[in-house]
Design a protein around this ligand. Structure first.
Ligand code: ZN
Length: 47
């Protein structure tokens, strides 16, 4: 049986490609794909 909890997301440790800060992202970081922390993610995602 699958037990899905929407309140509990697995977080992956990553290093922000912009500011170099260590951060956690709700998805598994992939090679070749930049990962941004929350602040930088919003910077890169205008509108
Ligand atoms: Zn950042």
């Amino acid at each position: 049986m699958e037990n899905r909890k929407f309140g509990e997301r697995k977080m992956y440790k990553a290093v922000c490609a912009d500011c170099g800060k260590e951060c956690e992202v709700p998805f598994q970081p992939q090679e070749g794909r930049p990962v941004y922390c929350r602040e930088c993610y919003q910077k890169h995602r205008r509108y």
